[in-house]
Design a protein around this ligand. Structure first.
Ligand code: HEC
Ligand code: HEC
Length: 451
């Protein structure tokens, strides 16, 4: 039966192929391109096949990778979804004017693919939002040193269930590639939280609440109704341990694990809807997983194998825009070595997830590359932006000899096939505090239409 279809399809392709755009997108038909992509995925996943790249549904908790010490439940996800966006958590500001104006979402919001929409995310101390985060600036009462900013670009907080450790240097998380790094879990620093023993998403959320000046107080619990949500999510915990930064972080992490780009066209294609991707995207995907070597590192559902590589991309201080607390000598520029202290880890950064980058203008840990196509050209040329010792550089960073059509196709694959158009489903409609998502300073509230 399938053969007959194929014959019919091939003959129609011969007849109409020349004038019919994306002829191989006929629904339900496995074309030559689909077959090529399937075999590329098979070989790069060492025979695991399409399943190796599929996200589960966001409510299919049993199939979402999770920390055995923080099982995902509907109650935790509901609480975490609110806490992640709740500006009423902003109770430890550097300046009174910042009180309750910021949240995790200030630097990771849905409409920017859970990134910051800016070359450098600004939490507390920023004012303004603009169209999508790009216009957030230093508030006039704050010095640059008082802002909540980091010396690296804000990566996405999406698809983290498929990466065991967090941050560009992978410092958060007690398991996986961080086993054996206990010597670096220094007490008195955010990394001390690794001693709690949780996986990366959990540790990042627990540590991040403090780093980003947030906390849980009685006002939040009693006047905003959060106590009942903690009771529902953490009935297994004693009253003393139920309403803490740790439980708040665990709820946030459970929620983050459900944020997956599972409505992206590539995901639909993997699940059998072959017409979800156009011909150029399919050609790009085949190249991505074969000749262009991208899939050697960008693999698995999040297209990140959770390893660290040096690709010579420039650091944040080189941005033409104003940056804060980032310089030529920032320890963060060392990459994984900042955490492990090992020479062999110098300038190596975690392979990032690749979904919903279409609207982004900033790529690489230092926001140094400014379009998706420019990233592909960067790999194709294999010329580093900064000079790093040759022995550190990723082995696969060699000229790829791609044609300009190949570059267009790989770009199309990333821009279109890896784009989930409906991330708004992960954002609450409103907050118990009445705060504005994702930022509640007065200027942003006006720009966002919150008052
Ligand atoms: C001021 C902006 C800002 C705020 C606020 C913020 N983040 Fe981040 N986030 C960042 C930056 C920058 C990084 C990367 C830092 C690094 O690698 O050293 C990051 C990294 C992460 C990552 C790791 C992603 C990856 O691929 O490794 C997660 C997850 C995350 N943040 C979640 C959160 C949560 C949860 C909160 C609230 C508790 C939060 N963030 C608040 C800017 C922010
Ligand atoms: C050796 C492993 C490796 C290979 C091969 C590789 N990447 Fe990457 N990719 C990374 C790492 C690591 C980064 C982050 C580097 C940095 O910021 O310094 C990255 C960054 C990116 C980014 C920017 C994402 C962001 O959020 O900043 C894109 C897009 C990307 N890669 C696409 C590709 C494509 C397309 C290919 C194939 C042409 C490819 N990668 C090949 C490891 C790899």
């Amino acid at each position: 039966m399938r053969k007959l279809h194929m014959l019919f399809f091939l003959s129609s392709l011969l007849l109409f192929g020349a004038c019919k755009k994306d002829a191989d997108d006929s629904p339900g038909t496995n074309t030559e391109l689909d077959n090529q992509l399937e075999s590329a995925l098979n070989s790069i996943s060492e025979g695991e096949g399409l399943d190796f790249f599929k996200f589960p549904d966001s409510d299919d908790y049993a199939n979402i990778p999770q920390d055995p010490n923080n099982p995902i439940t509907a109650e935790k996800v509901q609480l975490g979804k609110l806490l992640f966006h709740e500006t009423a958590l902003g109770i430890n500001p550097e300046q009174a004017v910042g009180l309750k104006t910021y949240s995790c979402a200030s630097c990771h919001f849905a409409s920017a693919g859970f990134q910051a929409g800016r070359w450098q995310g600004v939490g507390e101390g920023g004012v303004g939002f603009g169209h999508n985060g790009e216009a957030r600036e230093r508030g006039s009462l704050y010095s640059g040193d008082q802002l909540d900013v980091q010396p690296l670009r804000t990566p996405s907080a999406m698809n983290t269930a498929f990466q065991e450790v967090m941050l560009w240097n992978g410092q958060f998380g007690a398991t996986g590639v961080n086993e054996g790094t206990e010597y670096a879990w220094t007490i008195g620093t955010p990394i001390e939280n690794n001693n709690l023993g949780f996986m990366g998403t959990e540790i990042q959320a627990i540590a991040g609440l403090k780093v980003h000046r947030m906390g849980i107080d009685d006002e939040l619990l009693d006047n905003l109704g959060y106590r009942a949500l903690f009771d529902a999510a953490f009935s297994d915990k004693t009253i003393e341990t139920r309403y803490t930064r740790v439980t708040a972080g665990l709820a946030i992490a459970a929620y983050e694990r459900t944020i997956m780009a599972n409505q992206a066209p590539f995901q639909k294609w993997l699940k059998g809807e072959k017409s979800a991707m156009g011909a150029s995207e399919k050609r790009g995907a085949v190249l991505f997983f074969t000749q262009a070597k991208c899939g050697n590192c960008h693999t698995g559902p999040a297209l990140s194998e959770t390893d660290f590589h040096a690709l010579g991309m420039a650091d944040l201080h080189s941005c033409p825009e104003t940056v804060f607390q980032a310089g030529e000598n920032s320890a963060a520029n060392l990459g994984r070595a900042q955490f492990t202290g090992l020479d062999e880890d110098k300038y190596k950064f975690k392979t990032p997830q690749l979904y919903n980058l279409k609207d982004s203008k900033f790529f690489g840990h230092g926001s140094s590359i400014r379009s998706l196509k420019a990233v592909v050209e960067y790999y194709n040329d294999a010329v580093t932006e900064i000079s790093i010792p040759a022995e550190q550089l990723a082995e696969d960073f060699v000229p790829l000899n791609l044609t300009s059509q190949d570059i267009e196709d790989i770009t199309a694959f990333m821009a279109e096939s890896l784009y989930d158009p409906n991330l708004a489903r992960y954002q609450p409609e409103s907050l118990p505090s009445g705060g504005c998502i994702p930022v509640s300073d007065p200027l942003s509230m006006t720009q966002l239409g919150c008052n």
